[in-house]
Every structure is written in C-alpha cells, then in structure tokens.
Design a protein around this ligand. Structure first.
Ligand code: UD1
Ligand code: MG
Length: 467
C-alpha cells in the first residue's frame, strides 16, 4: 500500500514524428489552436505538482516556442530533459530519471505521458494515480476493435496483468488480444529507477522498451493494475497529418456540441472551428465555416454569417456580422452591421450601430455611433464622429512612406464617394466633402471641401473623330 504524495508528470516528446512531413517538431503541431504538447501540459498540471518533458528532435525550436508563446498561459514552465539519441521509451524515461533524482523522493509518483496524445483527460489520469495505492505499477489500457500497432496487455488465467508485448514482437495469438497499452502509466520513482536500469534492447526494434517494466515488476513480486477505457478517444496518438485532422474534428465537434448544449445556436457542429475561447450570450447564432481564434465574446442576439474569421474581439449585442468578414482585435458596440466581405484589422473601436459594408478595411480607428462606411473604402488611423457618412471608395492616405498620420472626421459629416483624405487632416463637424476630392487641408465645421479639377466638355467630340 502506497500513500500518494507528490506526483511528477514525465512527458515523452523526443521522437521525430517523420510521418508529419514537417520541419517542426510533432508536438508543436496544433489541435484546437494549441500545440499538442500544451494540451498534455495543461492536463498534467491539473493532477501533478511538476512536469518534465523529454525532448530530442528539434529540441531548441520546441523549447523556444513553448516558452515564448505559451509560458505566460502555462504559469509554470516544465523542466526540459534532453535525450540525445532516441533509443526507445525506456531509454527516454531512464534519461529523465537521472536528472529528476536531484529533486524527487523515492516514494513520489511518476506519471508517464506522451506529448503526442493530446486529449487525455485529467479525470482519467487521476484514476490511474489513485490505483497506485493498490498496485506497484498502474497502466492505462483500452479495448480496441482494431488494436493493430499497439502493445498488447497480456493477462494470466487469474486476469492479472503479467506483461506487455509490442505489436511487432507479438505472436498471432497475442495480436488477437484487443486490450492495448496506451503508454500512459504510473509508479513510484524508486520502482521506475530500479526497473529501467534493468531494461534490455533484445527485441525486433532494438529499442529499450518502457513496456518491459511490466514483466520486471511481476518478477519482483509487484502487482500490476490496469485502468481500462472502453474506447480509444482519449488515448489516440497523432503520428500523421491525417490523424491530426481526424482528431481535430473530433475535438471541435465535442467542444462545439458542449456549447450547443449550453445554448449556442449553430448551423452545423462539423463546420465550426474554435481555436481559442468563445464566450456567448443568449440567442447567438453561428453559421457554417466560422473560425474563432484567441478570446472572442459575442453578446446576446449576435449573428455571425458564413465563413467569418473572428480573432480576439468583442461583438456587442444585436450586431450582425455578414458572411466572409474578418475581424481581429476589435470591439464592436451594440447593433453594428459588418460585412459582407469586411475586414477589421487590429485596434478598432466601433460604437453603437456602426455599419461597415463590403470591401471596407478599417485599421486602428474609432468610429462613433450611427456612422456608416458601406462600400469599398480604407479607413486607417482615423477617428470618425457620430452620424457621419463615408461614401464609396474613400481612402485615408495615412502613410507617407515613413510615418503614419491621423485623420479626424467630426460628427454629422458627409464624405462624398471617391475621396482621398491625405493625413494628417481634420474634417469638421457637419462638413461636406465633394465626391472625387483629394483633401490635403483641414475642412472647417459645416464647410464644403471640394478639391478636384474643373470639368471641361469638348463639344462634338465623337462626330469630329469620325472625319
Ligand atoms: C508505445 C508503446 C506501446 C503503446 C504505444 C501507444 C513502448 C515500447 N511501446 O509504442 O506499447 O501501445 O506507445 O501509442 O513504449 N519517445 C521518446 N524517446 C524515444 C522513443 C520515443 O521520447 O527514444 C517518445 C515519442 O516521441 C512518443 C512516445 O515516446 O511521444 C512513444 O513513442 P513511439 O515510438 O510512438 O512508441 P510506439 O511504438 O507507438
Ligand atoms: Mg506511437
């Protein structure tokens, strides 16, 4: 009987992942917008006190990316252990134990996880850890209809686990067994150290198999427990892009269906991708093909049209985002109408009932209530007052090749179509800009600004040309 004290997670992630056909380490590939390894680290954090990751292939790239991009979110960075040569899972663990022994106690529990098994649930891991009170070694196993490729759990006539045989080393009889080894296991540090020191590589793959600790445990008179899952959803590993895509869909569908249970109205759970955190109010509707990234909040009665991409934004109640719009790092007030085909680049604040129409790009701008930019325009580094109308094809010329400049447009202004506003420039409250103007000087309150060449008509042009 072992009283469970400190739990250390040891995550194996040194493998090459050659089937991913990629220049980056396998565990950096994303699932739901997060690297595979982050999923595992987050689950590990919930049930263990420390996490150590065994790295090998492209270790520097892996560590740099996890620490720089995810360090803050993780709060606590894992320890990294380098396995220079990948001589097998047993060798990976042994390498890590050599470093861990400085801090770990013999009776502390070590939980082995895989960096490429991202959907493992903390509650399952807790069951495995709890069983360490009754067994010297606890495995997480699963019953699979198609167990090909996995290590098989071999039990004796009393149903006690006696060893694991790898698929490649298994006889036909053993291959018929459908209980497989997930690879996840837990035991004490002392046991693990003792057993991994005795591992040999006399097998088909010439690797030091961690799975051989099962028979070593039994030989030493220890009991092996197996917590058996009914299927493989949680323990599925990712070895190829096809498996990643399959698991992504499973992950998304599960996530979206949970939100639908909580009242999110969706057109189709198979055609939404949430690669971040989505908060939503009442009567929120999401059409097909939508991608949510970062932190997105949709207040009551918001409707998002087909194929929109929303990243780090807040959409006020009763707003309608029409199809094919892209919104990033922006806030929209109540009752806005955006799109179709609108692009809100970072740092926009749109107040109540602002309309942004098709092929309009807005960047780093504040637009006050009831103002409209409905067609084919670029508004950057600008402030626009309330009840102002910006005509089709208006461009704020905000960049002089070196610096960005501001455009200020007041309340109740009217900017005619085809206008260029060369910043820095101010358009006063109630001012009107004649269509086709290139405005280079401020236009005061209530004035008409007109800056285009005078039209000349040459009479009988067509009949002259015929002569
Ligand atoms: C392993 C198990 C098998 C189990 C299967 C579940 C062994 C011998 N076999 O087989 O029983 O059914 O997982 O998926 O353990 N790794 C290292 N260093 C190494 C070798 C591997 O860090 O030297 C890491 C890999 O990056 C990977 C994990 O360990 O995350 C598993 O290695 P892999 O080669 O995929 O083992 P399998 O042959 O799938
Ligand atoms: Mg594998």
């Amino acid at each position: 009987m072992q009283k469970i004290n400190t739990v250390y997670s040891l995550i194996l992630a040194a493998g090459k992942g050659s089937r991913m056909n990629s220049n980056k380490p396998k565990v950096l590939h994303p699932l739901g917008g997060k690297p595979l390894l982050i999923h595992v680290l987050e689950s590990a954090k919930k049930i263990s006190h420390h996490s150590t990751v065994v790295v090998g292939h492209q270790a520097d790239m892996l560590i740099e990316e996890i620490e720089s991009k995810w360090g803050e979110k993780l709060n606590n960075l894992p320890n990294w252990v380098h396995q220079k040569e990948q001589l097998g899972t047993g060798h990976a663990v042994k390498t890590a134990l050599n470093q861990l022994q400085k801090t770990i106690q013999p009776d502390d529990i070590v939980l082995i996880l895989y960096g490429d098994v991202p959907l493992i649930q903390p509650s399952t891991l807790q069951e495995v850890i709890n069983l360490c009170e009754n067994y010297s070694l606890v495995l997480l196993s699963a019953q699979l209809d198609n167990p090909k490729g996995y290590g098989r759990i071999i039990r004796d006539i009393t149903q006690s686990v006696v060893k694991i045989v790898e698929h490649k080393d298994a006889s036909n009889e053993e291959r018929a067994i459908t209980e497989i080894n997930s690879g996840i296991l837990a035991t004490t540090f002392a046991n693990l150290q003792n057993w991994t020191n005795q591992l040999k590589n006399d097998n088909v793959q010439k690797e030091f198999y961690l799975t051989d600790i099962v028979s070593l445990c039994v030989e030493h008179g220890g009991g092996v427990g197996a917590y058996c899952l009914p299927d493989n959803t949680e323990i599925q590993g990712i070895n190829s892009q096809a498996q990643r895509a399959q698991l992504e869909r499973f992950y998304q569908k599960t996530k979206v269906n949970k939100m639908a249970e909580k009242g999110l109205a969706i057109a189709d759970a198979s055609r939404i991708d949430i690669r971040g955190e989505l908060s939503f109010g009442k009567d929120v509707f999401l059409d097909v093909g939508i991608i949510i990234e970062g932190k997105v909040t949709l207040e009551d009665n918001v409707s998002i049209g087909a194929h929109c991409v929303l990243k780090d934004c807040h959409i006020g109640s009763d707003s309608i985002i029409k199809p094919y719009s892209s919104i990033e790092q922006s806030q929209c007030g109540k009752g806005c109408i955006i799109g179709p085909y609108a692009r809100l680049r970072p740092e926009n604040i749109l107040h109540e009932s602002v309309h942004i129409g098709n092929f309009v790009e807005v960047k780093k701008s504040e637009i006050h209530q009831h103002s409209k930019i409905n067609h084919l325009s670029y508004i950057g580094d600008a402030t626009i007052g309330k009840n102002t109308n910006i005509g089709a094809g208006t461009i704020t010329c905000n960049y002089d090749g070196k610096n960005k400049h501001q455009t200020h447009i007041g309340n109740h202004a009217f900017v005619g179509s085809g206008t260029e506003l060369v910043a820095p420039v101010k358009i006063g409250d109630g001012a009107t800009i004649g269509a086709g103007s290139t405005i280079i000087r401020d236009v005061p309150l209530d004035d008409l600004g007109l800056a285009r060449s005078k039209q000349i008509n040459i009479p009988n042009w067509k009949s002259q040309a015929k002569k």
